[in-house]
Design a protein around this ligand. Structure first.
Ligand SMILES: [Zn+2]
Length: 318
């Protein structure tokens, strides 16, 4: 059991929470029980007691998500380049009028979560791992760099010729108003102090600059269904799980305004959650036909209810 005098208040609003589940690491297999609470005031889910910095560092072995391997990015397909050129401002990515026209039509249905281009803009990917997304942003025409606290992951990207600072965002000590775009994809849920992070982002963005966030949605249908076995809980690495409202609230408090906030989901999360539920025994769910059908139904249902497993949000500095 956690020590009774340890800090167990919500890291977002300092409300009190009640324990909702005890998690085990089913991804990397680290030993231990990890206690999660749900805030009675704001609905955020958080690990309590919160681990200290040294403990957190131990949550990421060198082989975590293959981040110690060199980054490999796929080139963009013809239609995606059409969408990027016609809808998101990446004009040089499409050669002809047909590609732009079909891109414009396709943009209503596909590739809706791209980042609008800012010619000559500076982009920073926080928690960039081996720099795969830094490489993607560079290919799109950004002047892109990254910051990564795992030394082995950062070195893999640096060896591939990418500009990556090793350490936390705060340790990088970038000058204020240095970036037009900051991306934090599956990062903020790993941070012990998400409000401090938002304040730092607000300091680093130029006026009109954007913060793009992807993070699990604590209000997801999948979390209600699977409870402790929901894949996106990822204990012990996930310290705080947000509702879309939680995220917007801390962004606003830091001085950022919401421009996009939506949820989405994929069959992968429901299939992996089902595997966790079965303690990863037997055939993986993605190889079972009926489970693939169920996962498709789930994706449609979650979309209909606006309760997908992930939040995609963009915030702007005024
Ligand atoms: Zn709270």
């Amino acid at each position: 059991m956690p020590e009774m005098n340890a800090i167990v208040l919500c890291p977002l609003c300092e409300g009190s929470g009640s324990e909702v589940f005890v998690g085990r690491d089913q991804l990397m297999g680290l030993p231990g029980d990890f206690y999660y609470r749900e805030c009675c005031d704001c609905g955020a889910l958080y690990q309590a007691p919160a681990p200290d910095a040294q403990t957190i560092a131990g949550f990421y072995p060198d082989n975590y998500l293959d981040h110690d391997q060199p980054p490999v990015t796929k080139s963009f397909g013809w239609l995606r380049r059409g969408v990027l050129a016609s809808h998101f401002g990446y004009r040089s990515l499409a050669k002809g009028g047909l590609q732009r026209l079909l891109g414009r039509l396709a943009s209503f249905f596909f590739y809706r979560d791209e980042v609008p281009f800012n010619q000559g803009g500076d982009a920073l990917d926080v928690g960039c791992g081996n720099g795969k997304f830094v490489q993607k942003l560079s290919a799109l025409g950004w002047h892109a760099s990254g910051v990564e606290f795992s030394e082995s992951a950062a070195q893999a990207g640096i060896l591939a010729g990418l500009e990556i600072s090793v350490g936390t965002l705060e340790q990088a000590q970038f000058a204020g108003a240095s970036f037009d775009l900051i991306t934090a994809r599956h990062l903020i849920e790993h941070l012990p102090e998400p409000k401090q992070f938002m304040a730092e982002i607000n300091r680093l963005l130029r006026p009109g600059g954007r913060l793009l966030i992807r993070t699990p949605n604590s209000n997801a249908l999948g979390r209600r269904w699977f409870g402790a076995n929901w894949y996106a809980n990822d204990p012990p690495r996930h310290l705080v799980l947000f509702t879309p409202g939680n995220l917007t609230q801390i962004a606003n408090q830091a001085g950022l305004q919401q421009s996009v906030s939506k949820t989405f989901t994929s069959p992968k999360i429901v299939l992996n959650s089902w595997d966790y539920h079965r303690k990863n025994s037997g055939k993986p769910s993605r190889k079972i036909g009926i489970m693939r059908v169920v996962s498709r139904v789930y994706v449609g249902l979650a979309a209909m209810l606006g309760r997908g497993d992930e939040i995609f949000a963009i915030y702007e500095k005024q």
